[in-house]
Design a protein around this ligand. Structure first.
Ligand code: PRP
Length: 208
C-alpha cells in the first residue's frame, strides 16, 4: 500500500482555490468540502492527506517535514526564507507587496520613517536598498489602522484589490513586489518521493 503524501493547505480564501486546483489535477478528497471544523482529510485511493493550516504556518510544516508539500504565498517565502524547495508558481492569489500611506503623506528623508507591517524583513530590505532609516512597528493584522491613528507614517503590506486601502483613505506609494501562491516541498520528502511529488507538480502545472 502506498503511503500518503501530506499536503499543507492555507486556510481561508486562497486555500479553497488551491484545493480546487488539486482536485482538478486528480487529487480529490471530497470530505474536505463537508461543513465542520475538522482540519485533516484523506483519500487513500489517491494517496493524499490534506490539512488546513494558518497561511503563515504552511512553510513551517513543510520545512520540518510534518507536510511533504504545501502551498503558500511568495510573501511568506520572502519574509521567513524557509529551507524548502519552491517548485511551482500556481499563478493564483496574485497580489503585490506595497508601501501605502495617507493621501497627504509627504516623506521627510531627514526623519526616521515609521513603518507598520507584518513583514519586518521584507520592509527592512526594501528600505535598506534605498539607504533609508526606518523604525519597524510590527503588527499582526489590520495594518491599515496604523497611519490612520498616527502609529506609523506608512505601512508595508499586501494589496490585492486595493479595497482595504480605499475604504480606509490610504493610497499606494509604491508597489514593489509581485506575490502569488507557490507550491513548496520538504527537501527530504522531495528526495525520497520525487516521482510522486513531480507528478503532482506536473498535473498542477498543466492546469495553468
Ligand atoms: C490582507 C492585507 C490587506 C488586505 C488587502 O489582509 O493585509 O489588509 O488583505 O486586500 P485588498 O487589497 O483586496 O483589500 P488579510 O485579509 O490577510 O487580513 P489581516 O489584516 O488580518 O492580515
Amino acid at each position: 500500500m502506498q503511503t500518503f503524501i501530506n499536503i499543507a493547505l492555507p486556510k481561508g480564501r486562497l486555500g479553497e482555490k488551491v484545493y480546487d486546483m488539486f482536485e482538478r489535477a486528480g487529487y480529490e478528497c471530497p470530505s474536505i468540502k463537508e461543513p465542520g471544523r475538522r482540519l485533516v482529510f484523506e483519500n487513500a485511493e489517491v494517496g493524499v492527506r490534506y490539512f488546513w493550516v494558518k497561511p503563515s504556518d504552511v512553510a513551517i510544516y513543510v520545512e520540518r517535514g510534518a507536510a511533504d508539500i504545501g502551498v503558500c504565498g511568495k510573501d511568506i517565502l520572502l519574509e521567513y526564507a524557509p529551507d524548502v524547495y519552491e517548485l511551482l508558481d500556481l499563478d493564483i492569489g496574485k497580489c503585490h507587496m506595497a508601501v501605502a500611506a495617507k493621501s497627504d503623506f509627504v516623506d521627510n528623508r531627514e526623519k526616521t520613517l515609521r513603518v507598520a507591517t507584518k513583514f519586518d524583513h521584507i520592509a527592512s530590505r526594501y528600505y535598506q536598498a534605498q539607504g533609508r532609516d526606518i523604525d519597524i512597528i510590527h503588527l499582526n493584522g489590520s495594518i491599515e489602522l496604523a497611519p490612520l491613528l498616527g502609529l506609523s507614517d506608512v505601512i508595508v503590506d499586501i494589496v490585492e484589490t486595493g479595497a482595504t486601502l480605499r475604504e480606509n483613505n490610504l493610497c499606494v506609494v509604491e508597489k514593489f513586489q509581485p506575490i502569488s501562491a507557490r507550491l513548496i516541498a520538504n527537501k527530504a520528502s522531495f528526495k525520497f518521493t520525487s516521482d510522486r511529488i513531480d507528478k503532482i507538480k506536473e498535473a498542477l502545472s498543466a492546469l495553468k
